[in-house]
Design a protein around this ligand. Structure first.
Ligand code: BDR
Ligand code: CA
Length: 318
């Protein structure tokens, strides 16, 4: 049996890549994907669940999918980012509709339940706004004592943000939730823009997916078309950043962190221009990475290899 894992996402194009990586890792026995919760971010939580179920069916895999929070903890959901992920979250591609439906529990309820069933061993990978994790903490404040590690795609340590000068989208979309989750006493691996922007898929990768003859990979190839267009402004050519799949690959172990100090991290949840910033205490790191005693958040700043080829090879096993 692989390591038990709960995945929280806002599917979402790069979420779909992360899902593919996790489904393939599950099929290979490295992890056991026990449940998926969805949250409003790239699209609303209900659409994200539909996308997740449809993608799983294309991959010939399954796991319980729970619809999570429709709104951030303290503000209304603002409608997602159709210019990046498409109106439907999957690049405006119509996926075949899967027969499977979401389970009745909320994502937070599913997570708390799994934490009891797999106490001490459950791992969490969260690649959307952290609302569901914050709600699970409210439901059961003892949750962190039963979770082995939480890997989060989010934040910006040294580089600029991607939705404000200082804030990354997942953290900014629910800064109150992120503040609660980063503050809770569980081991966290934070995978920020500093490192996710350094990993890309390009047109060669997309062609490999499109021409694979495999339904899941082909769908990814089509979905990526819109996403590649969005990144032309940033990279100067058609490609995309691998935010969410990098968090998945680091969590599974297919990619390893080479620089990842354990440091104090505070989320700015005020209403000023700093809202959503992940304030990472990187002072004193000039001669090399150094862990702060007692810090429970490890911030990944560099990895030992590139994800692109490994990601495509992995999803092509589905
Ligand atoms: C993050 O924001 C979302 O749009 C992506 O899916 C990723 O999780 C990157 O900032
Ligand atoms: Ca995401």
């Amino acid at each position: 049996m692989g390591r038990p894992l709960y995945f929280d996402c806002d599917t979402g194009i790069d979420d779909a890549l992360a899902l593919g990586y996790l489904l393939a890792s599950d099929a290979a026995g490295e992890i056991e994907l026990l449940g998926v919760g969805t949250v409003s971010g790239n699209v609303d939580a209900t659409t994200a669940a539909r996308n997740t179920l449809d993608l799983m069916a294309l991959a010939g895999r399954g796991a319980p999918v729970a619809i999570g929070a429709q709104h951030p903890l303290a503000r209304p959901f603002e409608g997602g980012v159709p210019h990046i992920h498409g109106r439907n979250g999957v690049g405006n591609v119509e996926l075949p509709r899967a027969a499977a439906e979401p389970v009745d529990e909320s994502a937070a309820e599913l997570l708390v339940w799994l934490s009891h069933e797999y106490a001490g061993a459950l791992e969490i990978v969260a690649v959307g706004p952290l609302t569901n994790l914050a709600l699970a903490l409210q439901l059961d404040p003892t949750l962190p004592s039963r979770v082995a590690v939480v890997t989060i795609m989010g934040g910006a340590a040294i580089v600029p943000g991607n939705v404000t000068p200082v804030a990354e989208a997942n953290i900014h979309n629910d800064a109150d939730a992120a503040a609660a989750v980063l503050e809770a006493d569980w081991p966290i691996v934070l995978v920020p823009l500093d490192v996710t922007l350094e990993h890309q898929l390009d047109e060669d990768h997309r062609v490999r997916l499109l021409e694979s003859g495999r339904p899941f990979a082909e769908a990814l190839g089509r979905i990526l078309d819109l996403y590649f267009g969005f990144y032309v402004d940033l990279y100067g050519h058609r490609a995309c950043a691998l935010h969410d799949p990098l968090a998945a690959a680091l969590a599974v172990g297919g990619i390893r962190a080479s620089i990842a100090p354990a440091i104090p991290v505070v989320v700015d949840a005020t209403d000023g221009p700093g809202r959503g910033q992940t304030i990472c205490d990187l002072r004193g790191q000039r001669i090399g990475p150094r862990d702060h005693p007692g810090a429970h958040v490890r911030v990944v700043l560099r990895t030992d290899s590139q994800l692109g080829d490994h990601l495509v090879d992995t999803v092509l096993t589905l």
